[in-house]
Ligand binder design. Structure first.
Ligand code: SF4
Length: 421
């Protein structure tokens, strides 16, 4: 057996066939799943979104994995999720079609991690973020196997989301909040250090491109990827879609934490090759700040998380008709010894690593800050520490202009693609 991390790639019109192929490439489901075991499947069902919208993991994929795991001898299969803050997990699972697909495939339980009362405090040794322990549901801690089932999507504050980020959804809202106040990428890795999935099966059947995750643009990609190693899986997924992994700084965090193989030359791809399935996705977050020449943006020493967030913010300002009005703002991200000496309300200090300069400008808290906060800081010239009830209304009111803007952009993008074919 190879000592290298193995990533299996399947491409086929049938989800059933793809699930069988990736299990076979990894040595067979019965070599991964112990007979009589309890298996927890963790899909991405963080938001309301029907099958076909690419908001959540494909229900067909979840159903086929349940069948494969049961056929391999699992005694009990649980589908579990903790939806995004402010979202109802069970409603998300129902709306996505995952609950129905899971029931049809013979799932034993569907559980909302958020409302679970039987929690165990699990210490995180050698934590690199401020999360030094985490409360996890007993059923998850005691499960024999965890199968992580993300969908690949572009993501405003993490560049993209796939295996590494999906495991963030095993925590309840309180930890979720705390993760956003500390270094989110490191907190993700810290959670991984105590919740190791035995297997990761990623949905690249209809992954989402564009300015995700809230405005996903589904792309017909037709693949399933699987690996025991979440870092290797994410690296291979990025290569399949043309995302430069050298620009995604949290792979370095994963490497530091010893979570897996982040080097494409050190892992083994089985099944289809990357070249056979390659299809460049529209992942615009790291295209470079000269895309917005009207603004002075100072990104030296910043992480890809803040870079993608600022890129998202620029487009959001356009959608809200605030882009030209605010181009006097100077946006700073990444740790710096010095920041420009200009009027306080023009200087937007994005992220916790600029905290020491907070008296010199508008400081936007968070590491990275919450998605709407940078745009609001630029428009209002003041920070909003939390997203309280009044700000939730503001978020909702911004959805319609954003959707209208992004739909026009998607239509243009598709036209350009069609012209190029
Ligand atoms: S606040 Fe600083 S450390 Fe945190 S993600 Fe942004 S650039 Fe990185």
């Amino acid at each position: 057996m190879s000592k290298k991390a193995v990533v299996a790639i399947a491409k086929d019109p049938s989800v059933e066939v793809m699930v069988k192929q990736v299990f076979d490439e990894l040595g067979g489901a019965d070599t991964i799943i112990r007979k009589g075991s309890t298996v927890v499947l963790k899909p991405n069902a963080g938001h309301l979104g029907k099958d076909g919208t690419s908001v959540n993991t494909s229900p067909a994929l979840v159903g086929e994995v349940i069948k494969a795991v049961k056929a391999a001898g699992a005694r009990k299969v649980i589908v579990a999720e903790s939806a995004a803050i402010g979202c109802d997990t069970i409603a998300c699972l129902e709306d996505s079609g995952i609950s129905d697909a899971a029931r049809n495939a013979g799932v034993d339980e569907i559980r909302d991690i958020k409302s679970d009362k039987e929690l165990i405090k699990v210490p995180i040794r050698d934590a690199r973020s401020a999360i030094t322990s985490v409360m996890l549901p007993r059923f998850l801690v005691e499960a024999d196997h965890i199968i992580n089932m993300p969908i690949f999507k572009s993501h405003a504050s993490m560049v993209f989301t796939c295996a590494l980020k999906n495991i963030k959804g095993v925590v309840q809202d309180k930890v979720h909040y705390d993760m956003h106040r500390t270094n989110l990428a490191m907190a993700m890795m810290d959670i991984w250090s105590v919740v190791r999935a035995d297997l990761n099966i990623a949905d690249l059947i209809w992954p989402a491109e564009g300015f995700g995750p809230h405005s996903p643009v589904p792309l017909d990609f037709g693949c399933v990827l699987a690996s025991r190693d979440p870092v290797a899986l994410d690296i291979v997924a990025c290569h399949c879609v043309g995302l430069d992994t050298g620009k995604v700084s949290y792979f370095e965090n994963a490497r530091e934490r010893g979570l897996g193989c982040a080097d494409i030359d050190e892992l083994e791809v089985r099944g289809k090759s990357i070249d056979e399935v390659y299809q460049k996705m529209w992942l615009p977050y790291l295209d470079g700040f000269d895309t917005w020449p009207e603004y002075e943006i100072l990104p030296e020493n910043s992480c890809s998380s803040c870079q993608s967030l600022v890129a998202f913010t620029m487009e959001k300002l356009k959608a809200l008709d605030e882009y030209e009005k605010n181009s006097d703002a100077v946006i700073v991200l990444g740790a710096k010894k010095e920041v420009p000496d200009i009027e306080k309300e023009r200087l937007i200090l994005c992220g916790n690593c600029l905290r020491k300069h907070r008296d010199k400008g508008v400081a936007v808290n968070g590491c990275p800050p919450a998605e709407p906060h940078v745009a609001w800081a630029i428009i209002d010239r003041k920070d909003h520490m939390e997203i309280g009830p009044d700000l939730r209304d503001r978020m909702h009111s911004e959805e319609a202009p954003w959707n209208e803007y992004i739909n026009a952009l998607v239509a243009k993008k598709r036209e350009e693609r069609a012209d190029g074919e």
